[in-house]
Design a protein around this ligand. Structure first.
Ligand code: ARG
Length: 576
């Protein structure tokens, strides 16, 4: 039940304020001994001509509050503090969570609304490095989160599959391409010849010319060049898709830059008709001084299109095709100016959909004391990072199993290591606010007691094993409210409250484009659970009733952790 709305409407009735206004004013106190909700009385001072503490005293005595058997009210200074009855909260929260199961946190606020999440968007023929992982992981999480809230989500991968570099690749391939190497590791070979092209080009201007011609032929749809380009694209996609599959990442389409290229003339015509195109140093630009931005180049002086023009065409296509409620771009902070320009050009051209486009930026990826044998150039490949993490986790899991005397099979260990090792990488990207740089270090990532995926997955697996063991002994989690309302200790209260706050965290994550709101909440649930578990007995509690009630808490912890981890793109394991 939504206690906040309930309290807001009672306050509104008593004071004559609008419910929405009251709702917005209600705070969650920083400490739980100050109650579950607090209403600051300052707003009423003017109309009532009284000091806020006095107002709080009078309001607290109002009999409308006394009618509620769900909460009690106390005035502290200028605040009204509301304490939800612990037994009521336990019964109310746990029965709702356990009924929802894995669907806990699901809502329907997005019904009938289309949200586009564009993420990953790597460049064809380039290695998939740890920076692309940031957009991939954030975007995947946002897509899952919006879906959970009932939105119709369109997951788009805006592949970097167009531009003059493909002319260079075609020239380079014809001169130095090695078929066997290409089949073996396409991206490595394509990168090799691309780098070679740039080296050779310094002394041989004819290469530049040949690349330009080849790109022109590609744009004109000449068969030979198109075929080569298509082959490079397909080969790269095979590599990317393998990685996506491993990570549980999916897309509804790969409409990349090339997809929009033949829609650009219409954009240019539209801008020209609206008198927005101006010539500047030979290029065609849209001036944006009224937005405090530098001009946005639409056509280069040689008439070729650029990145921004393809993005303009993409927004218009998406608007037409999906009538989006939101069009979200998960792209690094360095491209912030680019997106401001694109959205402002559209705004200037009178497109309302410009206001529904959002750039969701993120920070840089760094490494602390980590050595990598970098396969390609000096970037760290995501695949190498994941492999290394999985193999380190495997060692830990195998050792733990051995210490416990548990004969897990190699296949079992492999499966657990894959999920936990991958989860450890993914979690590092979503455990803090997205605009902060992240620093990878094995100690932090793989700390089974830290704020990590291994810790959360381990907490889940152990809780599942408690439930299995209880079932073997004939105990099933309680479902009736009377039994559930016995959970009123401080540890139980804190834990259940953190479980109950999960749906709100999911909504906040979507509204602020911050998956970290979810990771923070489930991490709190896991900590609260571990405290509760250390201090109280589950099997062998004072009464059978209490055992069953506590098992219901275990079940709710599992649903919350699983649901939250799934929203982050992390799988759980049943045993670890
Ligand atoms: N391919 C680009 C890169 O790797 C990112 C594309 C971002 N999306 C967009 N619509 N411009 O930097």
């Amino acid at each position: 039940m939504d206690h906040k709305s309930n309290i807001a409407s009672t306050i509104a009735q008593i004071t004559g304020l609008e419910v929405e206004q009251v709702y917005k004013l209600i705070e969650i106190p920083p400490q739980s001994d100050m109650g579950d909700y607090a209403f600051p009385c300052f707003v009423l001072a003017k109309t009532l001509r009284k000091a806020p503490p006095m107002i709080a005293t009078e309001l607290a005595a109002n009999e409308k509050f006394a009618e509620s058997d769900i909460y009690t009210v106390k005035n502290v200074g200028p605040y009204l503090n509301f304490f939800i009855d612990r037994g009521f909260m336990a019964a109310d929260t746990l029965s709702a969570v356990n009924e929802a199961g894995d669907n806990y946190g699901t809502a329907n606020e997005g019904e009938g609304k289309n949200v586009i999440v564009e993420y990953s968007s790597p460049n064809i023929a380039k290695p998939f490095h740890v920076g692309h992982a940031f957009t991939t992981i954030l975007g995947n999480s946002l897509a899952r989160t919006y879906k959970k809230l009932g939105y119709n989500v369109v997951r788009m991968n805006h592949l970097g599959d167009y531009g003059t570099q493909f002319g260079k690749l075609i020239t380079a391939y014809r001169l130095w391409g090695d078929e066997a190497a290409l089949e073996e590791d396409p991206i490595k070979e394509l990168l090799r010849i691309y780098v070679k092209f740039h080296e050779e080009e310094k002394n041989d201007p004819s290469l530049t010319e040949s690349a330009r011609e080849n790109f022109k032929k590609l744009e004109d749809g000449e068969e030979e060049e198109y075929k080569l380009w298509k082959r490079f694209r397909d080969m790269s996609l095979v590599v990317f898709e393998k990685l996506y599959k491993r990570m549980g990442v999916e897309f509804d389409n790969y409409n990349g830059e090339s997809f929009y290229s033949d829609r650009i003339p219409a954009v240019v015509d539209m801008l020209r008709e609206k008198n927005l195109l101006e010539e500047s140093e030979g290029a065609q630009v849209v001036m944006l001084e009224e937005y405090g931005l530098p001009p946005c180049i639409i056509l280069k002086s040689d008439g070729t299109t650029i990145y921004a023009s393809r993005d303009l065409a993409a927004v218009l296509y998406r608007d037409e095709t999906y009538h989006f409620d939101k069009n979200i771009y998960v792209v690094g902070i360095p491209q912030a100016l680019h997106f401001k320009q694109v959205f402002s050009v559209l705004k200037k051209a009178g497109y309302e959909c410009a206001d529904d486009c959002v750039h969701v930026g993120f920070g840089l990826v760094k490494f602390k004391n980590m050595k990598f044998s970098t396969r390609e150039g000096n970037v760290v490949l995501l695949e190498d990072l994941i492999n290394e993490s999985v193999s380190k986790v495997r060692e830990i899991i195998a050792k733990n199993a051995q210490d416990r005397g548990d004969n897990m099979t190699d296949a079992e260990i492999d499966e657990i290591a894959e999920k936990v090792g991958l989860g450890a990488v993914v979690y590092t990207y979503v455990k803090s606010g997205r605009e902060r740089d992240i620093v990878f270090s094995w100690e932090d990532m793989l700390d089974f007691n830290g704020d990590t995926a291994p810790y959360l997955i381990y907490t889940y697996a152990r809780t599942r094993s408690i439930l299995r063991k209880a079932l073997d002994q004939g105990f099933a989690p309680a479902t009736d409210k009377e039994t559930l309302s016995k959970l009123t200790s401080d540890d139980e209260y804190e834990l259940i409250k953190s479980i109950g706050d999960f749906p709100e965290a999911v909504k906040k994550a979507a509204a602020t484009y911050e998956p970290f709101m979810i990771s923070r909440q489930i991490s709190l649930v896991a900590r609260n659970f571990n405290r509760f578990y250390n201090n109280s007995r589950i099997l062998g509690a004072d009464s059978e009733e209490l055992t069953k009630a506590r098992l219901a808490v275990c079940e709710a912890v599992c649903s919350t952790l699983k649901s939250g981890l799934d929203l982050l793109g992390i799988d759980v394991v049943e045993k670890m």
